[in-house]
Design a protein around this ligand. Structure first.
Ligand code: HEC
Ligand code: HEC
Ligand code: HEC
Length: 441
């Protein structure tokens, strides 16, 4: 890191620290956590905790393939250096075997463990609304349902002085909500309330689908935070689309049942999952009960926007032109030669095998990064019990130039009723440098 950057970070941290000390006197109580009675570790509670751990996707960050479940050690990048996730097995020395329920609650909902603030990579802001009975069930599961494992925690790679934790405490005071168990507004439909709780809380969908502010805080943690909530964001160079209901390029055209199907199987007739959403589905949402998936879908459908344009409507003109041999549009010839065999000239694909490109939010969303990356590097659908055959989309990086990728992508963005702006070769070149494996598969 360049020195001016370090100095700027330190100056910022010092100022924030001062503000924090002043604020501490008024805020510390609300963030301190409470002493809770130990719950009985019944089989029923442990099983419930196992399900909730799926919904919270704890394994995504705390389990590493090939190592004991929940033994931590996943490398996570932060703006100031890499950190490793913690061992949360009940091992007494290296895990959380000595945690009381109160300690567990403080880590999960307050972001505080062993007296220090956790990096917000642990989504405690979202988890802060978890209800006491669910915290107790998770605790029971991590005490009795998980095997203890003696893997020691690894120190992060953040250099001193940035590795000091007190600025994280200031961050928490400034940006984390005061933990409060979710309470549905009076009169709210029970299913909608269940969905609101799951999506905003353990599901932490907003950690990827809501844009972040200047302090890297998630801009809105729920509908009360305004229309930024779940309005779409870039995450690790992919576009996590808007999950709001309405306007263009959103899941507004999906029914509740289709959203639930996507969450439980990784695909529906509109599209299929890729990038980090594939992992979310494989580790977490595919375990949702039908009722919970439908509840989550109902909540998403309740996030109504004033439409920012007419909803998507299929336009048959492109398909008819291509079938009639008219390939004059920019990129049309490339589409016929490279894509139409699977996604078909009418852009409708084959249901649950080749996703449609017509009306697909991935294609029609204004940010083109996901679309370009998929064409360059290919992708594979997540494997789930409902989706046992894995279909692959081939990589085109070695077959098409930057200009050709830009042309074909521009074509699909403007066809069959899609109305997204064109893409230039420069944008493709930029992504090609970072996203293409070294050799053709
Ligand atoms: C998106 C990644 C992510 C997810 C999902 C996640 N965690 Fe974490 N968790 C972390 C990271 C990173 C840390 C370590 C932070 C640090 O060192 O400051 C952590 C720390 C913890 C700690 C503190 C352990 C200690 O003593 O240091 C506990 C307890 C914990 N997580 C429990 C959970 C549970 C339970 C779930 C699921 C409900 C969960 N986490 C989901 C990333 C995650
Ligand atoms: C780790 C980041 C991450 C988390 C957490 C996450 N998503 Fe996603 N999601 C993505 C990305 C990236 C995409 C784009 C790729 C795709 O469409 O599969 C996506 C796509 C989707 C889509 C398809 C939208 C479309 O227009 O095609 C739905 C629906 C969805 N997510 C729902 C959810 C729900 C509900 C949750 C919470 C339970 C959630 N996601 C949590 C990253 C995430
Ligand atoms: C051999 C068949 C095949 C060809 C040829 C092909 N695709 Fe695909 N494509 C797929 C499959 C299968 C998927 C779903 C992969 C997944 O689920 O991750 C897919 C996914 C996609 C997606 C993501 C849609 C979504 O909802 O997940 C886009 C965008 C896409 N293809 C565009 C193209 C373009 C543009 C071309 C031509 C340059 C092309 N494809 C050529 C098979 C193909």
């Amino acid at each position: 890191m360049k020195r001016p950057t370090v100095l700027a970070c330190l100056a910022g941290a010092a100022m924030a620290g001062l503000a924090g000390i002043i604020g501490a006197t008024t805020w510390s109580d609300r963030h301190a956590g409470v002493v809770l009675p130990e719950p009985a570790l019944t089989q029923e509670r442990i099983a419930r905790g196992a399900y909730l751990a799926r919904l919270g996707d704890c394994a995504a960050c705390h389990s590493v393939p090939g190592k004991a479940p929940f033994s931590g050690g996943l490398w996570m990048e932060t703006p100031i250096g890499a950190i490793f996730t913690s061992n949360i097995t009940p091992d007494r020395r290296h895990g959380i075997g000595n945690y009381s329920l109160g300690d567990f609650d403080r880590a999960l909902r307050y972001g505080v463990a062993a007296g220090h603030t956790l990096y917000p990579a642990m989504p405690y802001s979202a988890y802060s609304i978890t209800r006491p009975e669910d915290v107790a069930a998770l605790y029971a599961y991590f005490r009795q349902g998980v095997q203890p494992d003696p893997t020691p925690n690894r120190a992060g790679e953040i250099p001193f002085p940035l590795s000091m934790r007190w600025p994280l405490t200031v961050w928490r005071w400034l940006y984390a909500p005061v933990p409060q168990p979710f309470g549905a507004p009076p009169g709210m439909d029970a299913k909608l309330a269940r969905g609101a709780y799951l999506v905003q809380g353990l599901g932490h969908c907003g950690d990827c689908h809501t844009a972040r502010g200047p302090g890297l805080q998630v801009r809105a943690l729920g509908p009360a935070g305004g229309t930024a909530y779940l309005a779409g964001a870039m995450i690790d160079g992919w576009h996590a689309p808007s999950l709001r209901n309405g306007g263009r390029a959103t899941i507004g055209t999906w029914s509740e049942a289709e959203i639930a199907q996507f969450l439980r199987s990784g695909a529906n007739r509109h599209g299929s999952a890729f990038a980090s959403m594939s992992e979310v589905i494989v580790n977490s949402t595919r375990y949702m009960t039908e009722d919970d998936a439908m509840a989550a879908a109902r909540f998403l459908k309740s996030l109504n926007d004033k439409p920012d344009g007419a909803a998507y409507r299929y336009d048959p003109a492109t398909g008819l032109a291509l079938r009639g041999g008219d390939a004059r549009a920019r990129g049309a010839r490339l589409y016929l030669d490279n894509c139409a065999a699977c996604h078909r000239p009418d852009g409708k694909g084959y249901e649950r095998v080749f996703p449609p490109l017509a009306g697909n939010p991935v294609v029609a969303a204004a940010p083109a990064e996901s679309l370009i990356r998929i064409v360059l590097a290919g992708t594979q659908s997540p494997r789930t019990p409902e989706n046992p055959a894995q279909f692959a989309m081939p990589a085109f990086a070695w077959r098409l130039s930057d200009k050709e990728v830009a042309d074909v992508v521009t074509f699909v963005r403007a066809s069959w009723g899609n109305q997204a702006p064109p893409v230039e070769a420069r944008a493709v070149g930029k992504l090609r440098r970072t996203n293409v494996p070294d050799a053709p598969p």
